[in-house]
Every structure is written in C-alpha cells, then in structure tokens.
Design a protein around this ligand. Structure first.
Ligand SMILES: *Cc1c(COP(=O)(O)O)cnc(C)c1O
Length: 404
C-alpha cells in the first residue's frame, strides 16, 4: 500500500500524531480543514485562475457572509493586521503603497488600548509596526476610558485597532461601540481583530470599518485571513499586494478554500454542532468527575463564542502532580495530547471540545486518569524538558521529543 505523507513523516522523521484538546492553535497546524475546504483547494491547486477575479468572487462571498460592502482574503489575520493598517495609511495610492514601510508624509499612528496589546503567539503591536506605522498605546492594562482615547487622537492618527479576544483584558476596557463613536467623530477608521470570534456580522453592524477573521479557526478552512468592511478600505487592503502585501500573499488555494468555508458556514446547523460539542465536554466531565486530586467544571467561552470547555483544576497535594507537569506528560506521550493552558491560572487547564472527536476526547480523559492514578508518569517526568524550552535549537533538536 502507498504510504501517506503522515506515514512517511512518522517513519522517517518521528513525527507523532496529535490529539488537540487545546482549541485552534497555529502551532498545531490551526484547524483540521473540512471537506469543502479541501475539495475547493484541491480543485484550484491544479488549474490557473485570474487572481483579481478570484479575489472579486471572494469579495462578494465575504460581503454576503459578513454584511459588508466588500472583502478580500489575506494569508492570515496576522498579515491582515499589517495590510489593513497599511491601507489606512496609503489609501489606493500605488505610489504610497510602494513606498511602505517608509511612512514619510503619511498619517502613521495607530491607536491600541494597552489592555488589547496582547500576544496571540505573535505580538499584535509588532504586526502594526510591520507596516511602517507607529503604535500609540493608551490607557492602562486594566483600564481605558473615553477621555484617554480622545486625548490620544492627533493629527498623525491613521487608524485605531480594537482586539476582541480572550487574550485581552476582559474588564475595564472601552466598549467597542463607544470606541467606534469616538474614533468616527474624529474621522478615524476602526479596524477590529476578531480572528477567533464566531460572530461574522456583529462588529461591522456596530460600525467597524474593517473586521478581520481567520479562515482556519472556527470556519475550518486552510490557512488564510478574511478582511471585511468598507469598500474603499478593502480595495486599499487588496492593493497592498502591489507593495508590502506581496511578501505575505495568499495563494489561490487559500482563497478558494475561504470561499468554500464561508458558503458552508452559511448553511451549517451551528446549534446542532454546539450541542454535539457541549455533549462531548459533558462526557469528559462525567468521566473525570470522581478522579482524586482534580475538580472539574464546565465553563463558557469568555468572549461569548458558543463553546463550552471543561476546566480541570489540579490539587497538587491530593493529585501527587502539579498542573504543569500533568500537561507536560500529556504532551510528551504518543499520540501527543495538547490541552488548553495559555490563558488559565497555573493550577488548572481546559479541555476544548471543538477540534477532536468523541474517541479522541475519551483518549484525553483516560490519559489524564492514568497519569493521576499513578502509572509511570513520575519517572518519565525526569526525562521531560519543559515545553518549548529549546525552540531556539531548531532545527538541531526537536522542541518536544517522544518518550519512546
Ligand atoms: C489567532 C489570532 C490572530 C492570528 O491569526 P492568524 O490568522 O493565525 O494569523 C490574531 N489575533 C488574535 C486575537 C488571534 O486570536
């Protein structure tokens, strides 16, 4: 039988299969692309297509899905931030587009609440700077107010970026609508990074000028980014491909897949999907409920996405293992099991039901049970490096090694 690429990677290079209970993670290859995305990408991969026409088709699809004037597809949201910021500085002037990242003579300041200046495994502020713009942070990490925003707007302000994410401060920030009202009263366009937010229409409906979504998160597409919004600004985003956008351009496969997943999303029974995912979380909770050393509970998504996760709180004394070590043992197994831990307190982790099936979730809970009931986990721990500790050795040493 012909070996698939995973078989080759496993046999020749030792790649392990991964169970992803962490949610959508770029470091795990983002989403498992759905059938429609793969079919669309496969079909376009083997043919030529007029790219401006393909992007025009994407524009109409995005407009319909998001309630926008227009849209375009980028390589990802990280590049979408760069391109959207560039668009607000250059407009549709090709001369200005070619001059970036030099911004002499242009309005080049981008406002960002300090509580939104987060790291999504890439630094939002750096993505802004990559365009040549200057970041003007305002407010404090836990508090931002209307007068601070008003005070930060000046003659050089090109745009303001608002980040909607569990990775930002969840309290004390100006609400989006007020943020937009203040910016619009001074003619400043507002870009919303809604990379992982399921709501494709709400931010534009509140008046945002450009909104950014990842095609490879909840939508289940290949890696790509979606920009939706005001036609003049979307055009200026697309035109960046004549400038800095060329260095981060999306291929025809990414555009085709994005069109396919947006059309699928429209017809999807999302309530049924949510019911299945919540049932998966409930089952995991039932299976872990009586384990000694942990307490488990269901937890809604902090930004209102329709996701119910399982929180596993580890009582180190009773469990005989701390939460971080539990996580490391899971990640070093084969298959490698990744749980969600980047935004939680050090004594707990989350299991996300979205990117795995029932059988895989059962594998996650039985692995946790096995570790907690004191198999050989503690001996193995000695050989395990902290996660990602040696990424700087790449490609010499794998950041994670299989145990056996
Ligand atoms: C994931 C994420 C990004 C990056 O999205 P990509 O499409 O993977 O580049 C940006 N901002 C936020 C808030 C995110 O969650």
């Amino acid at each position: 039988m012909k070996r698939g690429v995973m078989g080759i990677l496993a046999a020749e290079f030792g790649l392990r299969s991964v169970i992803n209970a962490a949610g959508t993670m770029t470091s795990l290859g983002a989403a498992v692309a759905n059938e429609e995305a793969i079919a669309a990408a496969t079909e376009l991969a083997s043919t030529f297509v007029e790219m401006p026409e393909l992007q025009r088709a994407a524009s109409r699809t995005i407009a319909a899905a998001c309630g926008a004037d227009a849209g375009c597809v980028t390589a990802c949201v990280a590049s979408g931030i760069v391109v959207a910021v560039a668009a607000t500085m250059t407009g549709d002037s090709l001369a200005r587009i070619e001059s970036l990242p030099v911004t002499d003579g242009l309005k080049n300041e981008v406002l960002l609440l300090k509580g939104h200046s987060c790291h999504f495994s890439g630094d939002v502020a750096q993505m802004i700077r990559l365009s040549g713009a200057k970041v003007v942070e305002l407010g404090a990490v836990n508090r931002s107010t209307a007068y601070q925003l008003q005070g930060a707007i000046g003659d050089a302000t090109a745009a303001a970026l608002y980040v909607v994410s569990h990775q930002t401060a969840q309290t004390g920030m100006i609400e989006l609508r007020e943020f937009i009202d203040i910016c619009h009263s001074r003619n400043i366009p507002v870009i919303v990074d809604a990379s992982a937010e399921y709501d494709l229409r709400g931010f534009l409906a509140q008046g945002a000028d450009l909104v950014l979504y990842s095609a490879h998160k909840f939508l289940g597409g290949l890696t790509a980014g979606i920009i939706a919004g005001r036609k003049d600004l979307v055009r200026a985003c697309y035109l960046q491909e004549q400038g800095i956008g060329r260095a981060m351009k999306v291929g025809k496969e990414g555009i085709a897949s994005t069109i396919a997943v947006l059309k699928k999303w429209d017809g999807l029974d999302r309530q049924d999907l949510e019911r299945q995912e919540t049932a998966r979380s409930q089952n995991a909770l039932d299976r872990l409920n009586d384990m000694k050393g942990i307490s488990v509970s269901l937890e809604p998504d902090p930004t209102g996405n329709p996701i119910t996760r399982v929180r596993v709180r580890v009582n180190e004394e009773a469990a005989g293992i701390d939460c971080e070590s539990l996580r490391r043992v899971l990640a070093h197994g084969s298959p490698a099991i990744y749980v969600r831990a980047h935004d939680t307190d050090p004594a707990s982790l989350l299991l996300d039901p979205c990117n795995l099936d029932d059988e895989q979730m059962e594998c996650v809970t039985s692995s946790i049970s096995a570790i907690l009931s004191g198999t050989d986990a503690f001996d193995r721990l000695k050989e395990i490096l902290p996660l990602n500790e040696n990424i700087q050795n790449w490609p010499d040493a794998p950041p994670l090694g299989p145990l056996n």
